[in-house]
Design a protein around this ligand. Structure first.
Ligand SMILES: Nc1nc2c(ncn2[C@@H]2O[C@H](COP(=O)(O)OP(=O)(O)O)[C@@H](O)[C@H]2O)c(=O)[nH]1
Ligand SMILES: [Mg+2]
Length: 284
């Protein structure tokens, strides 16, 4: 699909996509990981081309960091479009049960076919796919835990991929598929940077901090009150907000409050989850 706008698509990504294509051929189920705080920005439509005919489950990770109400709206959004989706905190609990329940309807045809042919139930060949930092490794560790062991390299293969058996039901590829990010516009690039999906150098921290502040002012103004005690938000320019933060936190440049340091602080506290639970986009 032709997209207009900025593209982050270096040569190694092309190569990665070609490799993904080979794997997807033998997969029964693609688990597409996206960040619950921006499920659209953290998707890549290329996956539709790569895995168009495969059973697919969208997993909204980092639910614990997202606005609960907005996550519900997103689950509804996917449901309305006939796309199976679940949300969760991958760092807690056992995901295998969630995966099992969510994938059962997607595997109904495969199961029917096996039954018709009098075959034993075959494990579901599963692959985890997503853009950087959405939780792919965390999910694989959650699912496979101690079972994840390394085997020797096969001739001609740089890293020997292996399948990890999860009970009778799943067999999971131990290496996730990494999709390139897709950011057709500046707003998406900002969200991806805030979610830690792209290298920090790509967007200057000050720009990112102003964009985040603008968003918080509109959507979550109480967060600025709670964390920094900023009360008269509406009457303040963004510069003044940062200067207030700098004064409150004693972030100085010489003896003056430092706007730049306040920008870095806001971004850091957002990334560390200290400002609260936010979603960065809503279904439209
Ligand atoms: N709070 C929270 N953090 C998560 C969750 N899933 C992953 N992370 C964190 O997100 C970061 C990136 O995860 P990782 O699995 O390395 O992402 P990958 O690049 O897709 O493999 C790590 O610091 C994880 O601990 C989640 O559901 N909730
Ligand atoms: Mg990883």
């Amino acid at each position: 699909m032709a997209q207009q706008g900025v593209h982050y698509f270096p040569g190694h990504m092309q190569k990665a996509l070609r490799a993904l294509d080979n794997y997807i051929k033998v997969i029964d189920l693609v688990v597409e990981l996206v960040d619950a705080r921006a499920p659209l920005s953290s998707r890549n439509p290329l996956l539709d081309e790569l895995a168009g005919n495969k059973a697919r489950l969208v997993l909204l990770s980092k639910q614990d960091r997202a606005d609960e109400e907005v996550t519900k709206e997103w689950l509804n959004y996917f449901k309305q479009r006939g796309i199976a989706a679940v949300a969760g905190d991958l760092t807690k609990g056992k995901f295998v049960n969630i995966l099992s329940a969510a994938s059962a309807p997607l595997m109904a045809k495969k199961r029917e076919k096996e039954a018709r042919l009098g075959m034993k139930k075959q494990p579901i060949r599963t692959m985890i796919i997503g853009i950087p930092n959405v939780g792919k490794s965390t999910l694989i560790n959650n699912l496979c835990g101690k079972k994840k062991v390394n085997v020797g390299n096969k001739a001609g293969v740089t890293k020997a991929e292996q399948w990890i058996r999860l009970g009778d039901e799943f067999i999971v590829l131990d290496t996730p598929g990494v999709l390139p990010m897709n950011y057709p516009d500046e707003a998406m690039a900002v969200r991806l940077a805030l979610l830690g999906c792209m290298k920090e150098e790509v967007l200057p921290t000050e720009d990112l901090a102003y964009a985040l502040l603008g968003y918080l002012r509109e959507e979550y103004p109480s967060a600025l009150l709670v964390r920094f005690g900023i009360e008269n938000l509406n009457s303040l320019q963004s510069d003044d907000v940062f200067l207030t933060i700098a004064r409150r936190r004693l972030l100085l440049e010489g003896s003056e409050p430092s706007l730049t340091k306040a920008c870095y602080l806001l971004i850091k506290e957002f990334k560390d989850g200290l400002l609260g639970r936010f979603s960065l986009e809503r279904p439209c």
